[in-house]
Ligand binder design. Structure first.
Ligand code: EPZ
Length: 429
């Protein structure tokens, strides 16, 4: 199993290219199930989760063709893949695939609305929380689906097709919004989704669906109105830049000090984080094609943060921000309001010398003068990268185990960081 070795203490200076967003790429790939024509996705990140979803779509019968490298293309440019769901052979998403990645449950909406009959394994809980799927099921029932849970599978039928209706989510859910939106595109009549997620990834998917012929009003707001159409067609869409990768590297630079341009990053999708990092003492400049982050000499100031759905501070940056606050000159309070168990990194950060106490959904972080290298273990995707950030600023050497979590969501992380001066390398046994 691979490990990552990090020698702490180096500043980061240079440029980091930002990849396509994992959390836009996955639902965009799933949207290919809505049409018999080809959906071409550009800038797909080379990530373990993307590879796994390709296998899942392949299992349904989706043809996939990947373009070769183009002359002059940067080595870290994303892939262009053509997905064609013309001959679906199986509308069942089995346990052995869905249990490996929650987002694969999202095939439920497109398969049901297009084929009127599907079986999708329940995803189960995960390291960050119980993560129920009741909002997904409620939304599909509102659209007229007949749903049963049998042997751990959602068995969904819609004889005659789904019918538009009003769906009001009790709280904001990214996945349930994707599911309801995709299902509504081919439902008969009008669907109104209230309290919809407004995350940039939801907007990216909605814009792709419009290119495919969907009729959607209110994109980017919490009320989406969809007029169902008989069928969708092929389209070409470029995956949005990853705001969580951008934010993660911004925090790494704020942690180590230095001056890095995050090429292709979209600061307009990171306003809440930018304001927090500026309060903490970093300087951020919006550039034509990215953002520049600097911290020179000055100490980090403590800042309190509470995670919220977009446009609030993202839960997917909470662990990274906590790593940063371990070195602040004072105490910060971090409240996690989205997932009840997203504090698995706390014990591992403590191994590096962090002083963090937990009470319910709140972590109190007392900044320390110095972190010290240690062996640490990745527990989930964002938790693992928070350990990388802490280790980059720790005195001495750290070893990160179980890095497959990292490979799910960060493309060539060691290459991107070492190109900016970090002492980081992968050890494959
Ligand atoms: C998406 O997960 C992301 N995943 C997560 O990214 C992200 O943390 C999360 O949204 C919040 O931004 C992908 O995009 C692939 P939710 P999702 O439904 O859709 C509760 C990462 O590290 N809820 O918005 O599963 C739920 O338990 C990841 O890249 C219900 O109660 O999250 C949570 O408390 C991890 N019932 C809250 O809503 C439901 O039926 C928000 O979760 C659905 C959700």
């Amino acid at each position: 199993m691979d490990r990552i070795r990090i020698g702490g203490g180096n500043e980061l200076n240079g440029e980091i290219p930002i990849s396509g967003a994992k959390n836009a790429a996955l639902p965009l790939m799933i949207a290919s199930l809505l049409t018999a024509e080809t959906l071409t996705l550009k800038n797909l990140p080379r990530l373990a989760d993307v590879q796994l979803l390709k296998r899942i779509l392949h299992n349904h019968g989706v043809d996939q063709r990947t373009d070769g490298k183009r002359a002059g293309q940067c080595s870290q440019a994303g892939e262009t893949v053509h997905f064609t769901a013309a001959d679906i052979v199986d509308t069942t998403a089995p346990y052995n695939l869905v249990s490996k990645m929650r987002a694969s449950f999202w095939v439920l909406g497109p398969l049901l609305t297009r084929f009127h009959d599907t079986r999708v394994s329940l995803p189960g809980g995960c390291a960050i929380g119980t993560r129920p799927v009741d909002f997904y099921l409620m939304a599909l029932r509102e659209l007229g689906a007949e749903l049963d849970i049998e042997n751990g599978y959602v068995v969904a039928k819609a004889p005659g097709g789904l019918k538009g209706n009003r769906i009001t989510f009790p709280m904001v859910s990214v996945g349930a919004t994707h599911t309801a939106l995709m299902a509504a595109t081919l439902a008969k009549g009008e669907t109104v989704i209230e309290n919809a997620a407004r995350e940039p990834e939801v907007i990216d998917v909605a814009e792709c669906l419009v290119k495919m012929g969907a009729k959607i009003d209110g994109i980017g707001t919490s009320t989406l109105t969809i007029q169902g159409v008989d069928e969708l067609h092929g389209a070409t869409h470029e995956v949005l830049a990853d705001r969580i990768e951008t934010g993660t590297y911004a925090m790494a630079v704020a942690m180590t000090g230095g001056d890095v341009t995050l090429r292709g990053g979209r600061p307009d999708n990171l306003n809440s984080m930018i304001s927090v990092l500026e309060q903490a003492g970093a300087t951020i400049d919006v550039e034509d094609n990215g953002m520049r982050i600097r911290r020179n000499g000055n100490g980090l100031k403590p800042v309190d943060v509470e995670t919220q759905p977009y446009p609030g501070f993202p839960t997917d940056l909470q662990a990274q921000f906590m790593a940063l606050m371990t070195r602040a000159g004072g105490t910060s309070v971090i409240r996690e309001t989205i997932f009840e168990n997203r504090f698995m990194h706390v014990q591992e950060l403590a191994r590096l010398g962090a002083d963090i106490s937990l009470s319910g959904d709140t972590a109190t972080v007392k900044g320390v003068d110095q972190l010290h290298g240690a062996e640490v273990m990745a527990t989930d995707l964002r938790a693992s990268v928070s350990l990388v950030i802490a280790a980059l600023a720790a005195e001495g050497e750290s070893m990160l185990h179980r890095v497959y979590h990292l490979d799910r969501g960060f493309e060539t992380l060691e290459d991107k960081l070492s190109a900016c001066g970090a002492d980081i390398s992968r050890i494959s046994d």
